[in-house]
Design a protein around this ligand. Structure first.
Ligand SMILES: NC(=O)c1ccc[n+]([C@@H]2O[C@H](COP(=O)([O-])OP(=O)(O)OC[C@H]3O[C@@H](n4cnc5c(N)ncnc54)[C@H](O)[C@@H]3O)[C@@H](O)[C@H]2O)c1
Length: 368
């Protein structure tokens, strides 16, 4: 019998919980995604948001007026010193994840950061080292591994329905979806474009489901042909900041794992394709799996069979974010295993970084 403990119950009706301790939680970076955190936290009785930090005073006003967060700071050093939170939840642009997390850990707080974990593997390692040195918990806000479709894939692999995983195809392709807010087009602040911003979601969930094999080499290429020019056609997100756009429009990469499996990744903010595609598929020796449709492809009773989950919730962000933040809260409170520890963030970052390094080098590169 399979161990179905990995998450399939997470979305069952919540039992009434007895909460003995509430974590004093601070948010650093009160921009777009912090709203999803704050809404999810309303469902988590173990968390009380006690402070917010942002370099923009209008965002501090926003968190105060909309979420009743009274203690607000423009510098996290002041917040850490005066509030001494139990947890710092980092929702800043990518380039600020590492310094904010390290400062929080060194001040004695536990820390969860939004995805991607940081700008590059060296920063991720620094964060992991700081967590170890200060005996604090560290997690990355990967939410897709909490999706029930991941449970289906994990259980199918555990049960032997898929056999050895040979090939994973990851696609996060937008036909025209260059972010027209924030700093997503600026390489110096984000580390890259679609591969690090949206590819990361499907890379992390696929990598988690196939048992987190060790990446050893990568090859790939990146192209910029549209984002660095003004928007010229009708599209849902026009008027991006093309003058500061320094990231790729499209990145295609391939990662080789120690066990011989290959992951192919295609990620775009702008690609001339029929429509957006967000999915990963697994091909193994005995079966395959399609994340988006929740379908297992296998051979059974003399037939090639497609076993599709009859019910697979779409799951809104608030539900997925509730699951990821609650896992971290329980990890801090009672040692519940973290589903997305810093080490997973580092492995994912090495894959992305490998594809970017290969694009620059014009050849396959090794991953340590
Ligand atoms: N998990 C997801 O699905 C998901 C979705 C969207 C964004 N994100 C991630 O969340 C992060 C933020 O994205 P966003 O869309 O909210 O961006 P945003 O630009 O809307 O918000 C970022 C906020 O951080 C603030 N900030 C910048 N530097 C700071 C500093 N030094 N100290 C304090 N605050 C600072 C900015 O002023 C801004 O208000 C990014 O890393 C992004 O990849 C994750």
């Amino acid at each position: 019998m399979a161990d179905n403990s990995i998450g399939t119950q997470s979305f069952a009706e919540e039992k009434q919980e007895t909460v003995t301790k509430k974590l004093r939680w601070a948010i650093v970076g009160c921009g777009g995604i912090s709203a999803t955190h704050l809404n999810a936290i309303k469902n988590i009785p173990q968390i009380e948001v006690v402070a917010g930090c942002d370099i923009k005073p209008e965002r501090l006003k926003w968190i105060k007026e909309n979420y009743g967060v009274e203690a607000t700071y423009e510098k996290w050093d002041d917040l850490l010193r005066e509030v001494k939170p139990d947890v710092v939840d980092v929702c800043t642009p990518n380039g600020v994840h590492c310094p904010a997390v390290v400062a929080a850990l060194e001040a004695g707080a536990h820390s969860i950061t939004e995805k991607p974990m940081a700008m590059n593997p060296a920063e991720c390692q620094k964060m992991i080292d700081a967590a170890k040195a200060n005996d604090r918990k560290l997690a990355v806000g990967f939410q897709y591994r909490y999706h029930p479709s991941c449970d289906f894939a994990v259980n199918a692999i555990k049960n032997g329905d898929i056999g050895d995983v040979l090939f994973v195809k990851v696609q996060t392709l937008r036909r025209r979806g260059i972010p027209n807010w924030g700093v997503f087009g600026q390489k110096a602040l984000q580390g890259g474009g679609p591969m690090i911003d949206i590819g990361v979601h499907y890379i992390e969930s696929a990598h988690y489901c196939i048992g987190r094999p060790k990446p050893i080499a990568a090859s790939g290429n990146c192209w910029t042909y549209l984002g660095n020019k003004p928007s010229e056609v009708l599209s849902p997100w026009p008027n991006w900041d093309w003058k500061t756009y320094t990231v790729e429009d499209l990145c295609v990469g391939q990662v080789r794992f120690e066990n011989g499996a290959i992951m192919q990744i295609e990620s775009s903010f702008a690609a001339h394709i029929e429509k957006d595609v967000f999915n990963w598929t697994i091909v193994g020796t005995k079966g395959g799996y399609d994340f988006a449709s929740g379908t297992l492809y296998t051979d059974r009773d003399g037939f090639m069979v497609n076993a599709k989950a009859n019910y697979m919730p779409g799951l809104d962000f608030t539900t997925l974010f509730t699951a990821k933040l609650k896992n971290f809260a329980l990890g801090v409170l009672d040692g519940t295993p973290l589903k997305a520890p810093g080490e997973d963030g580092l492995a994912v970052q090495k894959m992305i970084d490998g594809c970017y390094r290969s694009a620059e080098a014009g050849r396959e590169v090794s991953i340590d």
